[in-house]
Design a protein around this ligand. Structure first.
Ligand code: THU
Length: 157
């Protein structure tokens, strides 16, 4: 028997202004996208923006439905849309932000979105950088989705 530990490395920026230009631009696109979310049931709007290797930016936002499980998170709307439109372009970064009652707020990808992020990392053989907007306008930056969902589903087939 052996006890093992997992360590997650991440960085925190104090504000949007502190981010490198490409990361700040991506977060700003996610913030814009949050404004167009369709979230009449939760009233919690999520904006996401994906940067691809050729620097294309694809945005997404949560899309809800009266048949609740039919809705989809903003992150997956962005990732699936990017994959549908640019199947050969690796995803290099994903920015996520919440918007509630007109105020930007913290949002971090749910487990299902993390599973999807991991699969695109595997498909392209390349990690993505995740940027999450935090309370008070800070930004969390994590390199690679794998550490965010340890022991994720994998058939090894
Ligand atoms: N939501 C996202 O868009 N991303 C997440 O990572 C978690 C939750 C959405 C789903 C739903 O439309 C609303 O936020 C409230 O849960």
């Amino acid at each position: 028997m052996e006890n093992r530990k997992l360590i997650i490395d991440y960085a925190e920026y104090d504000s949007l202004a502190e981010l490198p230009n490409d990361a700040r631009q991506l977060m700003e696109r996610a913030m814009e996208a949050a404004r167009n979310a369709y979230a009449p049931y939760s009233n919690f709007h999520v904006g996401a923006a994906v940067r691809l290797a050729d620097n294309t930016i694809v945005i997404g936002n949560n899309q809800e439905n009266l048949a609740y499980p039919s809705g989809l998170c903003g992150e997956r709307v962005a990732l699936f849309s990017a994959s549908a439109q640019h199947p050969d372009q690796p995803v290099t970064a994903l920015a996520v932000v919440g918007l509630h009652n007109g105020e930007y707020c913290e949002a971090s990808p749910c487990g299902a979105c993390r599973q999807v992020m991991i699969e695109y990392e595997q498909k392209y053989g390349r990690e993505m950088t995740l940027l999450c907007y935090l309370a008070g306008g800070k930004i969390r930056q994590i390199r690679g989705a794998k550490s965010l969902l340890p022991f994720s589903f994998d058939t090894k087939l």
